[in-house]
Design a protein around this ligand. Sequence first.
Ligand SMILES: Cc1cc2nc3c(=O)[nH]c(=O)nc-3n(C[C@H](O)[C@H](O)[C@H](O)COP(=O)(O)OP(=O)(O)OC[C@H]3O[C@@H](n4cnc5c(N)ncnc54)[C@H](O)[C@@H]3O)c2cc1C
Length: 535
Amino acid sequence: MAKTYDYIVIGAGAAGCVLANRLSADPGTSVLLLEAGGRDVSPLVHIPAGFSMLMGTKANWIFDTVPQKFMRGRRMFLPQGKVLGGSTAVNAMLYVRGNRGDYDGWRDLGNKGWGYDDVLPYFKVQERNERLAGEYHGVDGELNVADQVQHNPMSNAFVRAAQEAGIPYTADPNGATQEGVFYHQVTQRKARRESAATAFLHPVRKRRNLTVRTGADVTRILVTDKRAHGVVFASGGKQFKVEATREVILSAGAINSPRLLLLSGIGPADELRAIGIEPVHDLPGVGKNLHDQLEVYITAEAAEPVTYSGENRPHRAALHALQYLLYRTGPATATITEAGAFVHSSDDVAYPDIQLHMLPAYVVWKDLARSADKVDGHGITILACHIRPKSRGEVTLTCADPAAPPAVNPNYLSHPDDLDVAVKGFRWIRKVLAAEAFRPYLKQERLPGRQVETDEEIRDFIIQWGKTDYHPVGSCKMGVDELAVVDPELRVRGIDGLRVIDSSIMPSIISGNTQAPSMMIGEKGAALVLGREPV
Ligand SMILES: Cc1cc2nc3c(=O)[nH]c(=O)nc-3n(C[C@H](O)[C@H](O)[C@H](O)COP(=O)(O)OP(=O)(O)OC[C@H]3O[C@@H](n4cnc5c(N)ncnc54)[C@H](O)[C@@H]3O)c2cc1C
């Protein structure tokens, strides 16, 4: 006999951990949380600087994109967390919410209840901000949001240089004024990573009505007469079947949520038949509308040996580890991205569409490499990310085998406007690098070098070197149109007892990083499941 629960949540990531917590708050409700990855026991998860060493490990789904048609056929590594906490256990910890306009845009597409004023309370209720309070910030939630323990001198120089370049300073890009240069707040608690698991899951693991299974790879959602009633998962070489009396909730992220719907026969019927899957429900939008933010970067050689370059060499790393263990200070507390900025590509855009990330370290990214390459010597890397791309791609299956990797196609730069904005982003980096504040610290631009100057040369460089910002979203979009996968209450259209609640439901990406919005989606999604009044 299959075990039965009220709710089955698939995926213990940003949204799934919040859901498991909220749905099991009532001791009379049973919840099963299934996570394909393992427990979050590695110190690399919890020591902030460890995240860069997790990329190619078993804590990650190792996804590579298909050849990118508009980027000379390049294939790129697109990591996603596979461990308790999901991508929030392997990410850079930046706490960013986006712009009011993003959510109002969702609402204006017909998604009632998703405007900025509707979602702000859900961000706040989760948040325990160590510095900010008031209209935009919560102080009593489970998710600790902190200032970073230290700022590298290069990050300070960047903040000054950006102001000299005409970018105003903003103390809180998640508050009234997103535009400007700022120091990031991060999801950390006492200099340790605060993931969705440490904030929302571990504190309630002892609840008797909450069962958490790791190493449980869900391969199919069971649907009978258009109602989802259970799932099949593989664990330790065996197959298990579990039933849900109320709902199955899919929170497997922007690649795996559509993948699992497709494997379960929910998706474009013709495409499913073509690979030998009998359609259960024809839903043409599943996997479509995948999009991601592409970024371009410039590296420059430092005049002073003050950056984090080379600090991971064994003898230096040992020193930093000791400092961290004794005092919880030093480079081991760093997320590598300490400062950033939101700017406009032109006066015609209503709110910032470019995000700058300042890395006080010399790095380059090779397409299929499982980590960034450290370059010898000291230097910095500044990235410009186009945060509201118009390019759209898709996640599809190549065959009916659940073990086969999906075909992931973000289709970067397929919309011509995206390359134009990327060029403007590149020019913003150059402008900041040229500012007086950087003069004592920098020798010369290294990549691409000053010979790349015209728009055409910059375009060429972007096509050759552009990289993901690790924010795939949108592949099970919420909406009221034909290609919507879920309705504004996150119910899969046409199937009872099944919702998708994670980053894949974003109809369009928010202007910034995506973990805080994904946790907010988990929070609001839980309220919708429980039929609660808006916060
Ligand atoms: C390297 C990296 C750096 C990033 N940096 C930042 C940052 O600094 N700031 C920021 O805001 N955002 C960042 N992000 C993005 C952010 O972490 C994600 O957008 C967010 O976590 C998405 O939440 P989610 O709930 O949709 O999915 P996830 O958090 O990815 O969770 C999905 C979970 O589902 C599980 N799962 C998938 N398939 C199955 C299955 N079949 N069976 C069982 N379980 C399954 C996965 O293993 C995973 O645990 C980063 C992401 C990455 C990868």
